[in-house]
Design a protein. Structure first.
Length: 410
């Protein structure tokens, strides 16, 4: 396990939302100050935007971790809802009962009554709406209405709309634009610059237990900036892979060569460059690759479901259909495990899955695979074997997501 190899107490780049891991860059400091201003001055509503991976969620967690007990905090992450569904969810988060027969007017009255009750109990309500770019205009108008509710001339709640920049387009629509004027606090969160990328990485390593046992060449950070665009979420993914490669090489010094290997494994292009399709292989090349490759024999309930041929340096395994190998099993995480090829050795790596990854009945973080190794993911067994049988004329030349058909057992 790489974190033990580097004398770290835990994985620093997988626990992305814990406040202790948050590095407060100047950009985040300004955003945090605006969030505090909106709360202290009872602005009613604040808009916090930023592109995917810029650290909005981490900033919110950091902000919440510093609040005292004088607040009722409500977090809503489901935003693709109708107006009635949203009001029902809001009441449930307020620990109130709802019924299917309640109409909009009744639900709005119940929400306002609850806000006023909390105010009388000396609790100011803070409502965080994540993924706010998905909100319907009618729900935004409703939130504007709630943000103006007052008792003794004091606003009873502060609402934070947190989302991607797309929400600004919604706010420009005619049916909403009249209410936008009441938003006095707005902030757009940008990416980390080169200096802050370095500080961010070393901060997370230090919090995880040690940073002195890991040395990054100074030339590494411009490469990381090139491929992540300064987005903390992407920095986490890339640095996690970089340390895995350093572990496999038994090196405690990270060079640009190590980063290049991780980038190649992830199949990333410089940030902002669009991905193209995979170049097609000729039938002869494909046949030779398949004859000399390794494969996974897939079993569920001791019944062979199919084979998956390992023809790439990186193969993602999980329940989500974006994975290279999709396994339709509720015990398997959306992104569960990964197969990595490093030289002549093939490794299996757990991706911080919920139920774990097992190699020969032992839970592992990362392990080298040998011929005959049995991997257990959820209810599925994968046997790692060399494929030394020539491809027959009847075999398909595509390596499909073989366990998409496993859905037939559910």
């Amino acid at each position: 396990m790489y974190y033990e190899f580097f004398n770290l107490k835990e994985h620093p780049f997988r626990l992305t939302c814990e406040p202790k891991y948050f590095y407060l860059s100047p950009e985040h400091t300004h955003a945090n100050a605006m969030m505090e201003f909106a709360l202290i001055k009872r602005q009613g509503i604040m808009l916090l935007t930023g592109e995917v991976g810029t650290g909005k969620t981490m900033l919110v967690q950091h902000f919440l971790s510093r609040l005292d007990t004088g607040y009722k905090i409500i977090s809503i992450n489901q935003t693709k809802l109708s107006e009635l569904e949203f009001l029902q969810l809001l009441l449930l988060e307020m620990d109130e009962q709802v019924t299917q027969d309640d109409q909009k007017q009744q639900l709005v009255a119940s929400v306002i009554a609850k806000l006023e009750q909390l105010h009388h109990d000396n609790l100011h309500t803070i409502i965080f709406i994540d993924e706010a770019q998905n909100l319907e205009p009618e729900i935004l108008k409703l939130l504007f209405q709630l943000s103006q509710v007052r008792v003794d001339n004091q606003r009873v709640c502060t609402i934070y709309l947190v989302g991607q920049n797309k929400i600004r387009e919604t706010l420009e629509q005619p049916e909403v634009s009249e209410a936008v004027s009441i938003i006095n606090a707005k902030y757009h969160l940008g990416p980390l610059n080169l200096k802050d990328i370095r500080r961010y990485i070393y901060h997370r390593l230090a919090v995880a237990g040690s940073h002195k046992s890991v040395k990054f060449d100074k030339e590494v950070f411009p490469v990381i900036e090139t491929y992540t665009g300064g987005r903390p979420r992407l920095i986490n993914v890339l640095t996690d892979h970089v340390l895995t490669y350093a572990f496999m090489e038994e090196s405690k010094e990270v060079s640009t060569r190590t980063v290049d290997k991780a980038v190649e494994d992830l199949q990333w292009l410089p940030f902002g460059v669009q991905y193209g399709g995979e170049q097609a292989r000729s039938p002869d090349v494909f046949k030779e690759e398949r004859r000399n490759s390794y494969k996974l024999v897939i079993r569920i309930n001791n019944k062979v479901q199919g084979e998956y041929f390992i023809r790439k340096k990186r193969i993602n395994i999980g329940r989500h259909r974006d994975n290279d190998l999709r396994i339709d099993d509720p015990l398997i995480s959306r992104q569960h495990a990964q197969i990595l090829q490093q030289g002549r050795t093939i490794y299996l790596r757990d991706l911080n899955s919920t139920n774990g990854t097992y190699v020969n009945n032992k839970r592992v973080d990362i392990a080298a695979l040998e011929e005959g190794t049995v991997v257990k993911l959820g209810n599925c067994l994968l046997t790692f074997l060399r494929n030394n049988k020539p491809q027959s004329s009847g075999e398909s030349s595509s390596n499909r997501n073989v366990l998409d058909f496993a859905a037939t057992q559910h």
